[in-house]
Design a protein around this ligand. Structure first.
Ligand SMILES: Cc1cc2nc3c(=O)[nH]c(=O)nc-3n(C[C@H](O)[C@H](O)[C@H](O)COP(=O)(O)OP(=O)(O)OC[C@H]3O[C@@H](n4cnc5c(N)ncnc54)[C@H](O)[C@@H]3O)c2cc1C
Length: 281
């Protein structure tokens, strides 16, 4: 279907983009890679009157080394995330998971910021930033603010971003020595969308897991942390028995791809696999 008619602007600065959004009110929407928004426009499930294209704002692309953290521009594409040496060197979980998003065409256009702002519970990267305890940097009429991953995802397709705010960057902590990682997901052959996805970080000391962080995709309306399994893994339970707690506190959907109980089973199995790889067990 052809999208409904809309106005289009392509500002060259964040402040101009914020002004355009504020002036457009509820009828304005940001477009980045267009990989999630354009299908919605074509299906007429969204019909904004104004599209604010971020594509000419150069400062929103690329990765900056800040010392203990990396600041990744929101417009950095999935493909750039996969190849960036700072990300592969200090935050390999993000690069690994980005490599499992969709197909090469989508990965060349789709952006990290777009994936997080879209907040699809089945998307891979929201679960990863939840596991990483990343911080989202937003710009609005009042200036800049930082939003932790735990507060960023509000509900299905809903984030803490206000209508006139732009996600400009994602700050991720560098993983020091001792950290292992793994992203596991189960999906239909024809589609890369996760039926369930599990992002695991594990830090080892003296051959044991001292700390584990587990973010899960499609186990609720927002990415969820498997806190019970994290605690069990760090209390030196056998990793497989720690993974048995992975679905505790989750509320997985039931749809044509799988029943809620099936997703709970997948969460436990994928967590066991990912914990084994991340911890080097
Ligand atoms: C065929 C196909 C398969 C896919 N498979 C997967 C998959 O397996 N796993 C997965 O995780 N994803 C998948 N995706 C989604 C893909 O990762 C998208 O790239 C991503 O979800 C959105 O990024 P985008 O830059 O294209 O955002 P857009 O489509 O441009 O925008 C998406 C939404 O985010 C908002 N937005 C975008 N950028 C910003 C910003 N900087 N600040 C504020 N709001 C913003 C827009 O207003 C819009 O509401 C798939 C997409 C397609 C088309």
């Amino acid at each position: 279907m052809i999208p409904a008619k809309f106005e289009y602007v392509r500002p060259s600065s964040v402040s101009d983009a914020v002004s355009a959004l504020a002036a457009g009110g509820e009828d304005a929407k940001v477009i980045a890679g267009g990989q999630s928004l354009l299908p919605l426009l074509r299906l007429r499930l969204a019909y904004p009157e104004l599209l604010v294209d971020l594509g000419s704002i150069g400062g929103l692309r690329g990765v900056r080394d800040e010392g203990d953290t990396l600041l990744i521009g929101a417009l950095t594409t999935h493909d750039e995330v996969i190849r960036d040496p700072l990300i592969t060197g200090h935050c390999g979980l993000l690069a690994e998971a980005a490599g499992m998003v969709a197909d090469p065409a989508v990965r060349h256009r789709g952006t990290l910021g777009g994936s997080l702002a879209h907040a699809d519970p089945a998307a891979d990267l929201p679960a990863v930033v939840a596991a990483l305890d990343a911080t989202m940097i937003a710009h609005g009429p009042g200036g800049e603010r930082a939003i932790g991953a735990a507060d960023f995802f509000d509900d299905y397709l809903t984030t803490a971003l206000a209508a006139d705010e732009i996600l400009t960057g994602i700050r991720v902590p560098k993983l020091g020595p001792g950290w292992g990682y793994r992203y596991e997901k189960f999906h239909r052959t024809a589609q890369a969308w996760a039926i369930v996805g599990v992002a695991v970080l594990a830090r080892r000391t003296n051959g044991q897991v001292a700390e584990a962080r587990i973010g899960m995709a499609n186990m609720g309306s927002v990415p969820v942390r498997a806190r019970a399994a994290e605690a069990a893994a760090a209390s030196r339970d056998a990793l497989r028995s720690a993974a048995q707690h992975a679905d505790e506190g989750t509320n997985p959907p039931a749809d044509l791809h799988g029943a809620a109980d099936y997703r709970r089973h997948l969460a436990r199995v994928l967590t066991a696999r990912a914990l084994a790889v991340a911890s080097g067990a």
